[in-house]
Design a protein around this ligand. Sequence first.
Ligand SMILES: Cc1cc2nc3c(=O)[nH]c(=O)nc-3n(C[C@H](O)[C@H](O)[C@H](O)COP(=O)(O)O)c2cc1C
Length: 183
Amino acid sequence: MRIIYLCGSLRKNSYNRKLMETMMSEAPSHWEMAEVELKDIPFYDADIESAGEPEAVKRLKAAIADADGVIMVTPEYNNGMPAILKNAIDWASSPPDSSPLPNKAVALAGASPQGAGTVQAQAQLRQVLGAIQTRTMPGPKILVGQIQNRIADEDRLIKEASTVKRIKAFVGAFDEWVRFFQK
Ligand SMILES: Cc1cc2nc3c(=O)[nH]c(=O)nc-3n(C[C@H](O)[C@H](O)[C@H](O)COP(=O)(O)O)c2cc1C
């Protein structure tokens, strides 16, 4: 099963990247996983699109098309999703006739140093994906609040047992979600 990850944070020590890497380490062994980096994707511009899609956009679309499932790990900025992730989704959704996103199994997760753990970013993301008709898993949810208290400074991964347990349940549920649509 091929699962790709999109991370909405570009920074090196991103908490959301730590969450993503923890998910990768807890994923079922039959998952073949890769992150598709978003940093080289320019802002969506229909003129650029009609002149020929940039390589980074082609890579993103091909990776989504090849994947059985997509996990989006998002920070929250000003009660919404980061522009980097919205921009990637906009590119991948266009043109609609050849977009690899409709009917794709998708799951959402996010982490924040604040208490609510990206609840508003994920709600917004879910709304946006609704327009594209992805098959977005309704739950279980991964909203990791106060993540700085759940990771030791030198660690790349989340070690807190209760959070790891939730992450395991999440990847297990997504495994079933993806299989359901493969039938
Ligand atoms: C412009 C900006 C707006 C932010 N707004 C929110 C917010 O609305 N809710 C929230 O939980 N955190 C907010 N934060 C804090 C981020 O959650 C925090 O910077 C987080 O570490 C970003 O994710 P990352 O560690 O994966 O890069 C904001 C940060 C920035 C830079």
